[in-house]
Unconditional design. Structure first.
Length: 118
């Protein structure tokens, strides 16, 4: 299980599975956000926040929304726009380092090939 929060604590998450790997993506959004994602089913993720604690950003095919804390500016997670979507991700840069230090980080080319490059 991984637990994390934005810097100010307004958004907290719990990822209730141990990811096989974490993903560092080089697409134009993820590279700028500086995120390392743990992907999983929304059924295994809890997000604790007030309804208006984040703003969302949609881009590309508009299939997912990035959530960023309105107070401290940390991007905490992305979620599918479709409520039946089966994948989401949390930003493990917001998890204590000791909790993710032994999980492999894979590099995903979201800018060009849409494949893992490691």
């Amino acid at each position: 299980m991984l637990r994390g929060s934005c810097h100010c604590g307004a958004v907290k998450f719990e990822f209730r599975e141990k990811p096989e790997w974490l993903t560092e993506c080089n697409c134009s959004a993820c590279r700028r956000y500086g995120t390392i994602w743990a992907h999983g089913s929304p059924k295994n993720v809890s997000i604790e926040k007030e309804p208006d604690a984040t703003f969302t950003y949609l881009w590309g095919d508009k299939g997912l929304e990035f959530h960023t804390c309105k107070t401290c500016g940390n991007t905490t997670h992305w979620a599918p726009v479709d409520p039946d979507g089966d994948k989401m991700a949390v930003n493990t840069r917001l998890v204590p380092a000791e909790d993710v230090k032994d999980i492999r980080v894979r590099h995903f080319d979201g800018a060009d090939t849409w494949r893992f490059v490691d």
